[in-house]
Design a protein around this ligand. Structure first.
Ligand SMILES: *[C@@H]1O[C@H](CO)[C@@H](O)[C@H](O)[C@H]1NC(C)=O
Ligand SMILES: *[C@@H]1O[C@H](CO)[C@@H](O)[C@H](O)[C@H]1NC(C)=O
Ligand SMILES: *[C@@H]1O[C@H](CO)[C@@H](O)[C@H](O)[C@H]1NC(C)=O
Length: 317
């Protein structure tokens, strides 16, 4: 926050109180308490909305940054927000085969290390071009993960891990947040799980925020994921987003991991899904929407993000 803005806030006593309350949630990582199986009205979950917008901006920035190839300063509307303005980029990657792009940023104000994976611009690719065949998550087990996502993540993971290992040491009190929209959400969750299992002591610092994430693996994998990171994962879905319903469950036993936070409508009312440990998709959350009633417009609308200029230019069905 700039000094001018801070000064303006100090002038108005009422505003100070309001900002202080919000500051708890927005500045510095604070877990937001949500009760599984409960419905919330938008006005009662403003801190949750603020956090969703913040990580959606990172996710959008990762995606558009990649496309523009012009640097962090050129990630358009995504970077205008104070949420991501003063972050320090530590690593960006752009790999053609297996396709993967993303960034690691350090944000001193919020005491966060953020790993953002870029989404795809072609959602159909999730079930056509990319390999939906599952590969064993751990060699020798039957636990299956989407082959395309596994290859993308493993293709760059040594580099990401090397940077994270160093950053985690240099910023010992920072939270490590994995985030991404669409394909990027699946890759972020997978990367978080790998990192939790391979960097000693980092697991309690990990949080995962994904948006419009397609199914990542089979039911056995979902169960494994939930045991490891379920309690610190927020899988945000928007109304009738079709990407969230892909690949279909009948294919290779695909199943979502926990914990689904469903944005139920334009206003941003929320339903927090139940968080069972096994393969369980709450039928009262986004899976209550029939596949044929879904529309990709919802994949482009997570509380109004990604911004329309990006949505128009970069996202196609
Ligand atoms: C990334 O972070 C590491 C660990 O703090 C640091 O040594 C390195 O210089 C950083 N690189 C960039 C490009 O900021
Ligand atoms: C489910 O939520 C409760 C708190 O509401 C938490 O204690 C528990 O660890 C969660 N379980 C999973 C698998 O996320
Ligand atoms: C869905 O909601 C209805 C009505 O509140 C409830 O009776 C039912 O148990 C819920 N189903 C699940 C799977 O939670």
């Amino acid at each position: 926050m700039s000094l001018q803005r801070f000064g303006a806030i100090l002038k108005a006593g009422l505003t100070v109180v309001y900002s202080a309350m919000l500051a708890v949630a927005v500045y510095g990582y604070t877990d937001i308490e949500l009760i599984p199986g409960k419905h919330y009205r938008a006005q009662d979950v403003q801190p949750l909305h603020a956090v969703i917008r913040k990580y959606m901006r990172y996710s959008t920035a990762a995606t558009s940054f990649v496309d523009l190839h012009k640097g962090w300063a050129s990630c358009g509307l995504a970077c205008i927000s104070p949420d991501v303005q003063d972050v320090v980029l530590n690593l960006t990657w752009h790999i053609d085969a297996p396709l993967s792009d993303g960034l690691i940023a350090v944000h001193p104000r919020d005491k966060e290390i953020v790993v953002a994976w870029a989404g795809t611009h072609r959602y159909r690719a999730l079930i056509t071009d990319m390999s939906v065949l599952t590969l064993p998550y751990i060699p020798g087990t039957t636990m299956g993960v989407h082959g395309g996502f596994l290859e993308s993540v493993r293709g760059v993971e040594d580099r990401v891990r090397a940077h994270l290992r160093k950053l985690a040491q240099d910023y010992p009190d920072y939270t490590v947040v994995f985030t991404g929209h669409s394909k990027g959400g699946a890759e972020a969750a997978l990367n978080a799980l790998d990192v939790a299992r391979s960097i000693g002591g980092i697991k309690p610092r990990i949080r995962v925020w994904t948006f419009g994430e397609p199914r990542l693996g089979d039911s056995e994998f979902a169960e494994f994921y939930n045991r490891q990171l379920g309690p610190v994962t927020y899988r945000v879905t928007s109304m009738a987003d079709p990407v969230v319903a892909m690949p279909p469950m009948f294919l290779f036993n695909y199943c979502h991991h926990s914990l689904e936070i469903w944005l139920k409508n334009d206003q941003g009312d929320v339903y927090v899904a139940q968080n069972r440990t096994e393969c369980f998709e709450d039928s009262n959350a986004s899976s209550s929407i029939d596949f044929y009633d879904r529309s990709v417009k919802w994949h482009k609308n997570y509380l109004g993000l990604p911004p329309p200029d990006h949505a128009a230019a970069l996202f196609s069905w």
